[in-house]
Ligand binder design. Structure first.
Ligand code: SF4
Ligand code: SF4
Length: 370
């Protein structure tokens, strides 16, 4: 966005601050909605305050202080403020995009957390965000129209999600391929304002996908999928999240009801950013007893790990996940989600609660049957 466009967008915010809470109807409960403002407790960390700080940057009124770094990057880009603002006003400010733009401007001036610089270095050196050099290889799979794009977190940190998805694809009878040398999709670089560094990754992935001949990409990571949708050119291939793909094939899978009382955490990238709310619920309703938390769908509380927060502001990320776990414990016995990043942070804060990705439960439902 150009500076003038950004300022026009910022001036449309009436600073009512209703985007900081869930529903505001006096007869109903309201709960915090913005993790950043709730944790840091200053106006500058809520959406209207952060917009005002951006205006100050554009008007060259705000200098580079330690607080600026925290205000600009201590936001998960969860998009809850955008959804709430849309619900109560005719303003349609895409806060997450605006805040990402703010970061991009700061990166251009060399203002970014050290942890984000380090991620870029790791991606440059190893092709993945975790800097893993000993890569797990698979029997080469190069058949069918479907390509399973695994993503760094499922591949290197939550491999049970990847293994479960492969088992479910096999149970469906889908012929699919996996890239032998998959590269980071670039999500973390885009979200942390490092667009230039992400470009090379985009080109590498486009080449690999075109060479594969795939007509459909399936993702267990909503962050990867959103990046392909938002930051890649149209590749002429269908993009599907694992939950959408599984929901489409639910009748082909012989799954049993697991008898578990589960609740579902909507990942920000899957729900608010991609609009996928129903497919995960359809699957869970088939294999378990689903109970909803109070903050759900468009007004779900974030898991705390997105937008580069987990790497740069670990305490804030963990506190946010802890708040979600408390809510989940009031609702059900088992917490589920549909994002490796959510699962990782929620599991870290779980305090004994079982946390699964939906594909793991689907695999479990298959295993119970066999
Ligand atoms: S972003 Fe929307 S809801 Fe939030 S303070 Fe501004 S006008 Fe109000
Ligand atoms: S994107 Fe999320 S964390 Fe950031 S200001 Fe909006 S509600 Fe708060």
């Amino acid at each position: 966005m150009r500076s003038e466009e950004l300022k026009r967008a910022i001036y449309r915010c009436g600073k009512c601050k209703l985007c900081s809470i869930t529903t505001f109807h006096p007869a109903r409960d309201y709960l915090p909605l913005c993790p950043s403002g709730t944790y840091y407790k200053y106006q500058a960390f809520y959406a209207p305050g952060r917009l005002e700080v951006l205006r100050g940057i554009l008007d060259e009124e705000v200098g580079n202080t330690g607080e600026l770094l925290k205000i600009a990057y201590g936001c998960t880009l969860c998009g809850a403020c955008h959804e709430k603002c849309k619900e109560i006003s005719s303003i349609d400010l895409n806060h997450a995009e605006i805040f990402e733009d703010m970061r991009n401007r700061l990166v251009g001036r060399g203002i970014l957390p050290e942890a984000h610089r380090e991620i870029t270095e790791r991606v440059r050196e190893t092709g993945n965000a975790y800097g893993v050099t000993t890569k797990k290889t698979y029997p080469s799979r190069r058949s069918g129209d479907t390509l399973y794009f695994i993503g760094c977190t499922s591949r290197y940190r939550e491999p049970e999600i990847m293994d479960s998805m492969i088992a479910v694809l096999e149970a469906i009878g889908e012929e699919f391929s996996i890239l032998d040398d998959e590269t980071c999709c670039g999500s973390v670089l885009f979200r942390t304002g490092q667009r230039d560094a992400a470009r090379e990754l985009v080109e590498r992935n486009i080449r690999a996908i075109e060479e594969s001949g795939a007509k459909r990409l399936v993702f267990t990571c909503p962050g990867c999928m959103m990046t392909f949708k938002k930051n890649y050119p149209d590749l002429g291939v269908e993009l599907l999240h694992s939950t959408e793909f599984i929901a489409q094939h639910l009748n082909d899978l012989k799954v049993r009801h697991l008898g578990m009382n589960v609740t579902y955490h909507d990942p920000c990238h899957l729900g608010r950013h991609l609009g996928i709310y129903d497919a995960p619920r359809e699957i869970l309703n088939r294999i378990a007893n689903l109970h909803e938390m109070k903050r759900t769908r468009e007004q779900a509380w974030c898991c705390g790990s997105g937008g580069g927060v987990k790497s740069a502001f670990g305490d804030f990320a963990l506190w946010t996940a802890g708040e979600r776990v408390k809510e989940a414990k009031l609702t059900a016995d088992v917490l589920t989600s549909a994002c490796p990043f959510c699962k990782r942070n929620l599991a870290e804060a779980s305090d004994g609660m079982e946390v699964y990705d939906i594909v793991e439960l689907v695999k479990l439902a298959l295993e119970v049957q066999s």
